[in-house]
Design a protein around this ligand. Sequence first.
Ligand code: COA
Length: 260
Amino acid sequence: MNYENLIAGTRNRILYLTINRESKLNALNKATLEELHQAVSGAAEDPGTGGIIITGSGQKAFVAGADISEFSSFSPEQGRQLAEEGHSRVFDLIQNCPKPVIAAINGFALGGGLELALACHIRVAAEHAKLGLPEVTLGLIPGYGGTQRLAQLVGRGKALEMILTADMISGAEAHAFGLVNHVVPGDELMTKAEEIMTRILSRSPMAVASAIRALNAGYEAGVNGYEAEIREFGNCFGTADFSEGVSAFLEKRKPDFLRK
Ligand code: COA
């Protein structure tokens, strides 16, 4: 599929999505969000895709936020709609993707850009990355899940400090706060993301999807995560991946979850 604002390519079952608006520091305009929706929902259905790595084009930015020029004259209703559509069509879609999604943060991850990384399952940052939620400098608050997902990762106190001061933090600080899983020199970013993805892709895709569902359930209002885990655990039994995983262990061989 050809996109205007994304570069998409699959190698070794990994779909690489590069947000490609370098002259605007990869800011997320409506068209880019729509393309992300298409690419992620397509990948979820595509048997040839095992996982997704999202990054930004160029050395400077992962994504410098939602495209400010697009919403400068929005009414409250248009603002609410922008956030609602963003949540359901992109950010929740990524969080609930049955295949692992890794953000490779190669520079500025601000506002909607940090929220995009927060929606991914795993984050790897380059040392030179700058991360923050600067919305209050614009008279706004984060609207793509940032107030919720940031607090889940770094705790309420640090999340409030980042959101209220609008200050950016470095890749190393983000790592110290648990906001990113790994921080590496810029030239090792993709290798690190690929290394993690490759390990996940050697595991049972059925169990990986099930684990994502069980874990996410705990963050859904009105859903009991423990009950979701029990249900998901039970459902694993009787699957082909379970037979293969257990047989491989007993036969002292590596499981082949992609067998025909
Ligand atoms: N929306 C729209 N355009 C953006 C953007 C955004 N979120 N972030 C950067 N851009 C554009 C700039 O307008 C500029 O475009 P131009 O060359 O046509 O004028 C281009 O990207 C380069 O940005 P610039 O500000 O010149 O780069 P810089 O190195 O001086 O500063 C930042 C980098 C990231 C500090 C700065 O661009 C910035 O603060 N961006 C906005 C961050 C933000 O508030 N995000 C949250 C949005 S809700």
